[in-house]
Write a protein that binds this ligand. Structure first.
Ligand SMILES: [Zn+2]
Length: 258
């Protein structure tokens, strides 16, 4: 064996124990760090979970092929689907919300001359999600028409005693234009389209009502345990409830002469 080979021998062997030592030391440091940080992680309060925002732009059901006058979806009676009125468990203060949207025509905003004191903006909180979805679906499908709320909460009078309107769980809707009802020749096709949109928006019961006394309209209702918006927006739609408006391009710069 030559001299330099004698010298190299111990140097070639030494890296193995050194690597082992390094691995061991790293492991010990990692263990110590994990122990140090574990109690700190426990002390951090978890962030309050944000309630999920419902999708107010996508239909929740397929559009039925037809929705003719006097038809109801589902075909069962309203109380079997939306549940009977129960004024003992209903609390106006807890269950009613004020809903507004500038895209909607509200009958009670235009009936001062009738001395009618009801307020069509007042509805059961369980109505709000399908209603706000309907406003978006209707605006997208029929931008030429106005969704009209003819009737919502009315604690007494006009409706049958057991009507869900007395609990704010029913809405009467039509389509109109320029603040007016549609002319007869357009009405039936438009109302059929509206009934389909109501079904797609997620109301529990939809009825294309063609009563002689009230005139044709779409009556919709919901179960009292249907999901509510949390927290309630209390009036105007929050920005996330409105469709995204495409950005208007910057106006071209004025003709400036150098
Ligand atoms: Zn009704």
């Amino acid at each position: 064996m030559r001299y330099h080979e004698l010298l190299d021998e111990p140097q070639r062997r030494s890296p193995v124990p050194r690597i082992l030592l390094a691995v061991l030391a790293t492991g010990l440091v990692a263990l110590a760090l994990a122990r140090t940080f574990r109690p700190a992680a426990k002390e951090t309060a978890p962030e309050a979970p944000q309630p999920p925002r419902p999708d107010l732009f996508t239909p929740v059901r397929e559009a039925p092929e037809t929705f003719k006058r006097d038809a109801r979806m589902p075909a069962a009676r309203e109380i079997e689907v939306s549940g009977e009125i129960d004024l003992d468990t209903f609390s106006a203060g807890r269950d009613l919300v004020y809903v507004d949207d500038p895209r909607v025509w509200w009958e009670s905003d235009h009936d001062a001359k009738d001395n009618d004191t009801e307020d069509d903006h007042t509805m059961h909180a369980a109505m709000e999600i399908p209603f706000r979805r309907l406003v978006n679906l209707a605006a997208a499908a029929r931008p030429d028409l106005h969704l009209r709320v003819q009737e919502c909460f009315r604690p007494a009078g006009i409706h049958a005693k057991r009507s869900l309107h007395c609990e704010g769980r029913a809405l009467d809707l039509t389509f109109g234009r320029d603040g007016e009802r549609l002319p007869q020749r357009e009405m039936h096709a438009a109302y059929e389209a509206l009934a389909k949109l109501c079904w797609q928006a997620g109301f529990d019961w939809v009825y294309y009502e063609h009563a002689r006394g009230t005139g044709p309209h779409i009556h919709v209702s919901v179960r009292r345990d249907a999901p509510r918006l949390s927290p309630p927006p209390n009036g105007q739609p929050a920005p996330w409830m409105l469709p995204e408006v495409p950005e208007t391009p910057e106006p071209p710069p004025a003709n400036v002469h150098p």
